[in-house]
Design a protein around this ligand. Structure first.
Ligand code: NAD
Length: 237
């Protein structure tokens, strides 16, 4: 018997990397997993393997959020868990960044996270409560050169999470930000797995991030609006 039997869990960016690990963990715990992504072929294949439902969703598209949430509530019931995981990184050094790259990173990482929380809030309230896990980064705790838009988006997710926790707390909805460090996924540059200042001198695995997510949606019942770091000690310095 899983710990999330019959809970409806929606994961964005669920086809690959950390999102795929979240989907696997939630499915293993008995949740009805709705995997949302723009990588349709990969997503449909994984969804079939783990018994999830795959839905195309570009998190930066407001209208797509409304459609997906309506369909999920109609077919599976109210949404109990939202994992806002979809994210992209683009090179945006302050001196030379292209405006379209800045805009796209903010649209996916920050506005997409806002759209997700707003879209599920009424459904979670109707369910009697819920849990939202927003994906920030160690880049939402410190600066990083060359990726100004990514850093801005992740600091934004961190701050917005605290406001959301206050707005949604009266409806019994807990909201967290998670802050992974170097995690071995398709987003990470191929071949580069040298330690990057972690105390634990290896890269993290997506499954380790999923275990933290599981703690937040199950046992972290007196936490909300707070930051959970999984970075091998990178930000301890
Ligand atoms: N890998 C790391 O080291 C690391 C560190 C800190 C934070 N993060 C964050 O964790 C999250 C997942 O990262 P990852 O490493 O698994 O990345 P990834 O690139 O391996 O996977 C991201 C997934 O998001 C999907 N996606 C991209 N744009 C989308 C959109 N507009 N709408 C819906 N889905 C979209 C992709 O298709 C992919 O399946 C991201 O928010 C990322 O910023 C990753």
């Amino acid at each position: 018997m899983g710990r999330l039997e019959n809970k409806v869990a929606l994961v964005t960016g669920g086809a690959m990397g950390i999102g795929a690990a979240h989907c696997r963990e939630l499915a293993a715990q008995g949740a009805k997993v709705v995997m949302c992504d723009v990588a349709d072929d990969v997503g449909m294949s994984l969804a079939k393997e783990i018994g999830a439902t795959y839905v195309h969703l570009d998190v930066s598209k407001e209208d797509e959020w409304a459609t997906v949430v309506n369909e999920v509530v109609g077919s599976l019931g109210n949404i109990d868990i939202l994992i806002n995981n979809a994210g992209i990184a683009k090179s945006t050094p302050i001196g030379t960044a292209k405006t379209e790259d800045w805009d796209r990173v903010i649209a996916v990482n920050l506005t997409g996270t806002f759209f997700g929380m707003r879209a599920v809030a009424a459904s979670m309230k109707a369910a009697g409560g819920g849990v939202i896990v927003n994906t920030s980064s160690v880049a939402g705790l410190v600066g990083t050169p060359g990726i100004s838009a990514y850093v801005a988006s992740k600091w934004g997710v961190r701050g917005m999470t605290k406001s959301a926790a206050m707005d949604l707390g009266p409806d019994n909805i807990r909201v967290f930000s998670i802050h992974p460090g170097a995690i071995d996924t398709p987003m990470s540059p191929a071949g580069d797995r040298e330690p990057r200042g972690q105390i634990i001198t290896r890269w993290g695995q997506a499954e380790e991030v999923a275990k933290m997510m599981l703690f937040l949606v199950t046992d972290a019942t007196f936490s909300t609006g707070s930051e959970f770091v999984i970075d091998g000690g990178f930000t301890a310095r």
